[in-house]
Design a protein around this ligand. Structure first.
Ligand SMILES: [Zn+2]
Length: 215
């Protein structure tokens, strides 16, 4: 079954280099509206300035990556989604033409994020990247605009219940109500999120997960 919703969106100009970042999320890396904390170049400049000021805080490998123009995602941590959370998440059928992220352990996936993943989320603070079906979920959308969110919700229903960005094993309607749903409502009303709304997709089982971060 193809992802018919995707055909309603503008085609992403570039393919993502890794299976755990969707082309749509990859395209947002230089969209200042999708990245309220700065474009890729602005974030890179900040990191380089920080590494020049406090070289002792960075490893040789991290400085080498910054010199090469690459941002390792050292502030993002992999977390396995609990069965209680999986049980309630809506599913977006996977397009079989899209590559599956590899199966691995938590530690292997963490190394993958640290070493092989360029900065692309709207996460300014340490955040969690969901692991489902033993794979990294694919970052599908970063701070989507009204049109993109509407197209996706027309396909799978409301995304109000996909939030899992707390540290509990069970879904947390209270946290969703205070920080996730208001951000989605703002986008539905035509604004862009002032914080960060990340939508992840397990390309294996199709479940969607919402991640949120703020300074
Ligand atoms: Zn899954």
């Amino acid at each position: 079954m193809s992802e018919s919703w995707r055909r309603a969106l503008p085609q992403a100009p570039e393919s993502s280099p890794v299976a755990w970042i969707d082309d749509l999320a990859w395209a947002s890396r230089d969209d200042p509206d999708a990245r309220p904390f700065g474009t890729y170049e602005a974030v890179l400049a900040d990191w380089r300035a920080s590494a020049a000021d406090r070289p002792q805080d960075y490893t040789d490998a991290e400085r080498a990556r910054l010199d090469a123009g690459d941002l390792p995602m050292t502030d993002v941590y992999v977390a396995r989604v609990s069965e209680a959370q999986r049980a309630v998440m809506p599913r977006l059928p996977r397009d079989p033409s899209l590559p599956l992220p590899p199966v691995g352990t938590l530690a292997e996936h963490q190394r993958r994020l640290d070493a092989q993943t360029p900065e692309v989320t709207g996460l300014p603070n340490p955040g969690k990247w969901p692991m489902c079906c033993e794979r990294l979920c694919t970052l599908l959308l970063v701070n989507p605009g009204h049109f993109t969110l509407t197209v996706l919700e027309d396909c799978v229903g409301s995304l109000n219940g996909i939030f899992w960005w707390d540290f509990a094993d069970t879904p947390s309607p209270e946290v969703s109500a205070t920080c996730w749903i208001p951000e989605l409502d703002a986008v539905r009303e035509g604004a862009r999120s002032s914080e960060t709304v990340n939508v992840f997709h397990c390309r294996d089982c199709g479940r969607l997960y919402g991640g949120y971060g703020h300074t």
